[in-house]
Ligand binder design. Sequence first.
Ligand code: BEZ
Length: 247
Amino acid sequence: MQQRDKLDSLTEYDFVLYYRHAVGFYLLHNPIGKDYTMSLQLGDVAPDFTAETTEGTINFHEWLGDGWGILFSHPADFTPVCTTELGAMANIKEEFDKRGVKVLAISVDPLESHEGWISDINETQNATVNYPMIADPDRQVADLYEMIHPNADNTLTVRSVFVIGPDKTIKLMLTYPASTGRNFDEILRVVDSLQLTAKHSLATPVNWRPGEDVIISPTVTDEEADERFPGYTAVKPYLRVIQQPAE
Ligand code: BEZ
């Protein structure tokens, strides 16, 4: 076939496909700007880094070992909402310890600033900050985890939470604006759900609290469910409920 005939035989759909390929190639290999294909998503390996913290230098993956971890960011030191959040995290940290979850905070201020601020937190929040806080004045970690959302603020990090599993992949991401403090009881609740559902083919329903009934995952067939979760109740064929397993 002549070149001209070939061109004539291309349909509009062929051009759409070509265009999509070209855009995809550009985004993957774009040498100048941000790589838009790099956004972090659930299931991605949590980016590794080495950073200075209030408890010494930490290599993130090494520090996590083979356990769970939480990395959470704050807009800045010496700010009121952050002060309450860091105090609350110190007071609830024992619960994360019990679940084998390490806690790591990050703020884009230097180490000396963190140290002064921690003494304010301890003084005002009836707490003793008992977990490391990354000093990230160059925003190395903040950029790696996309914690700066320029349309919210060009320099300060938003309130991000990443829960990372023993396989180093991201299990949960939360993003709150600077003006809204987080609920760390909710993060603990999510950890309980994540740890339960990592072990069993189960899911947890709305507002679930540990000890309440759970849902058999839709990926489990009825035959498997009969064997693995005897005594379950099928409220609907797709909504099968069972007591939370003891272990
Ligand atoms: C705060 O942590 O209180 C805060 C930080 C930045 C903007 C608004 C509030």
